[in-house]
Design a protein around this ligand. Structure first.
Ligand code: SF4
Ligand code: SF4
Length: 102
């Protein structure tokens, strides 16, 4: 039996105002691209990556947006609602950590 390797990537950052991350589990993402199509800010893309010992297509956050998640994702109201990128994923491969300090 082959063990599943979890490859979880946190895209985002923590600053004085809180924590803001898009979290993608590449071991269960199948690269379907549904989250790409649902993202109103076009932050997410699919790309080839080495996962465990095989190359596959997975969702990732575009490099130029990784330091700006707090502002880019704000219109989706991740503090109050399930964002479209999360709700569309049938594999539960993507989630948001959004902990803005009061
Ligand atoms: S919708 Fe889910 S499985 Fe499909 S590419 Fe996005 S994160 Fe991966
Ligand atoms: S929270 Fe909204 S803007 Fe941010 S990645 Fe998801 S769909 Fe795109």
């Amino acid at each position: 039996m082959r063990r599943r390797t979890c490859i979880i990537t946190y895209y985002g950052y923590m600053d004085g105002s809180g924590e803001y991350y898009i979290v993608i589990d590449s071991s269960i993402c199948d690269g379907c691209g549904l989250c790409v199509g649902q993202c109103p800010k076009k932050i997410i893309e699919t790309a080839k990556a080495m996962i465990d010992i095989e190359e596959k297509i997975v969702a990732t956050v575009k490099e130029e947006h990784r330091k700006n998640i707090k502002y880019e994702c704000l219109p989706c109201k991740p503090d109050k609602e399930t964002p479209p990128c999360v709700s569309v994923c049938k594999n539960n491969a993507i989630r948001i950590i959004w902990k803005a300090k009061a």
